[in-house]
Ligand binder design. Structure first.
Ligand code: THU
Length: 135
């Protein structure tokens, strides 16, 4: 399925505006484009107990699941931050992305200066641990 990459990035930038990042002051936005044409937004949500901070990626993915969508509903996923180069998701988020996004989901990494990189789950997390390893 084709998609409008600029619109997806715009949605992630909008999502970033809601970031709750009083400790790091580093705001991150994420957006998921679904097959029905709707978008799910996510932002990072921090906590005075630092270990409880939740990344934008996981906020968006957990929202997608809690709204009743399945992994195959996701077409594309975008992350944006105010970084020099495109933002790169942390290891924990890569694992959750590999669990909750389809293998063919288009992943767009972006920054606020218009840099973008199109990538994939398998490029971000090769040799991943997944449900198949549990049997
Ligand atoms: N963060 C994200 O939300 N996504 C990333 O890809 C990298 C890091 C958040 C976590 C924390 O709230 C802040 O950015 C600084 O690490």
């Amino acid at each position: 399925m084709s998609f409008d990459v600029n619109k997806l990035i715009e949605q992630a930038i909008l999502a970033r505006e809601n970031a709750y990042a009083p400790y790091s002051n580093f705001k991150v936005g994420a957006a998921i484009l679904l097959k029905d044409g709707s978008y799910i937004h996510g932002c990072n949500v921090e906590n005075a107990s630092y270990g409880l901070c939740n990344c934008a990626e996981r906020t968006a993915l957990f929202k997608m699941v809690s709204e009743g969508y399945k992994k195959d509903d996701a077409v594309a996923f975008c992350i944006v931050g105010k970084t020099k180069d495109v933002i790169s998701p942390c290891g924990a988020c890569r694992q959750v992305m590999s669990e909750l996004l389809p293998l063919d989901c288009r992943i767009v990494l972006a920054n606020l200066d218009g840099k973008t990189k199109l990538t994939s789950i398998s490029e971000l997390l090769p040799y991943s641990f997944n449900e198949g390893d549990l049997s």
